[in-house]
Design a protein around this ligand. Sequence first.
Ligand code: HEM
Length: 498
Amino acid sequence: RNEPAPAANQIVAFKQKSSGPVGFMTTSAGAPIEVTDTSTLNKNLIFNEFFMDSLTHLVRERIPERLVHAKAGGAFGYFEVTHDITHICKAKMFSKIGKKTPMAARFSPVVVERGGTDTSRDARGFALKFYTEDGNFDIVGFNTPMYVYKDPILFPTFVRAQKRNPATNLIDGNMLWDFLTLRPESLHMFLIVFGDRGIPDGYRHMPGFGIHTFEVSNEAGDKHFIRFHFIPDAGIKNLRSAEAAKISGIDPDYATRDLYNAIASGKFPSWTVKIQILTLDDVKNARIDVFDVTKVLPQDEYPLHPLGRFVLNKNPINYFAEIEQLAFNPANLVTGIQGGPDKVFEARRLAYRDAQYYRLGANFNNIPVNCPIQTKVFAYNRDGVAPVKDNQRDIPNYYPNTFNGPVPYKEEKHAELIQIYQDEANNFEQARELYINEMTKDERSRLVENVLYSLGGAIQSLQDRAVKFFTLIHSDLGSRIEQGLQVNRTGFNWDHDI
Ligand code: HEM
């Protein structure tokens, strides 16, 4: 008989590693507790502390799920420098070859709710938190090298367009295709979502991208601009639509289970970390706006330079405490890494902090998994909902002060505004490249099939609009989708047959 997988066997393994019950049960306040019969009419339930304590706690167990990226798998490990980049970046975590920094990772589909399926056709979040000696550095990325739009005002609209119809409470193809065709720059990323990479085969075989072009600086104060790439050492693997649909019925937690089992059985997933590097002159002379998150930076012009690798070698011991409560924020930056100068990055500096105040409360950075474990916090924040930890003890609580409260660090100078060439939003050159040069003939056919599956459910005026933009990307893509839609119209009724 095969050994049961670690995830299926977790509770049995717990019993095996403990010599007996872990202790006497107590109330949350620590008092030993008796369990008495609650069904008898002859006793007051209100004196039953087990009942009172557990019931009142149970009804407070839920916190808001993340607005997006609600479902996830996550783990812990380390980042290790393999190549020197101190000539461009002075961040301590990159200071010498061989240096290791502890980290956390969380991988997540964007749209599905917390109880949804891991194998939906969607982009995936690729969020990393590095616990550096200068505080936490977060790269909150995707498994696609580009994002949907470059105007952050579209974030609420796009989230809504992908979520549920307000009347039917159903995911609604008309809403999605309305958005995609009103903001056609989004089709670049959606070619990937509808292509083979739209359903990764678990998280271990998924690449990651920081997407934004980050500004970094060296000891001399020179600026450079970099994009992060994370390449899975186990290779990229994806699922086909039919396979994914089947898995989704059998095991909606497929990717979460796979990550847990791999780590628990010592097959630690790892990623090679590479960066594209641009000088200020490269930025000024670039043919494209290198800060545009809907674009990739062509690798023939800006090649990948190796930087390091990261390894995930530790599962959470408690999922809620360590993964649900993880709070990533693109604004978590460290000395030497100034973040992206673009507007999407700027919007994100606000959104995540705000979301986490709502989701986890004002002191979410005091939750152990969010604490910068390699440095001490000296913030002028006090009080609020738990956890407050030591609440900065008796240190002066106002700034400035003359009584030895914490003093500011020398402020890092950001690059002045740079005059650069900015493209029209709907420039389809890169989408065309992706379709023609990066996708194989078979993948192009599967892309068309997957688009038809989704677009076939939308009304005709949206289908016509979509065909127009697919044709602008490439006439072959446009005509195959147009023909496919016509076959569907005559031979197949999506409303009734699906
Ligand atoms: C205007 C642009 C954007 C806004 C306003 C925004 C906002 C948000 C918000 C509010 C959350 C939930 C956070 C939480 O509750 O903890 C979230 C999660 C996330 N976002 Fe964004 N986002 C934007 C763009 C992006 C981009 C460009 C990327 C990828 C490069 C991205 C990747 C992620 C990931 C990976 C998560 C899940 C983090 C986790 O694992 O906890 N987002 N975003």
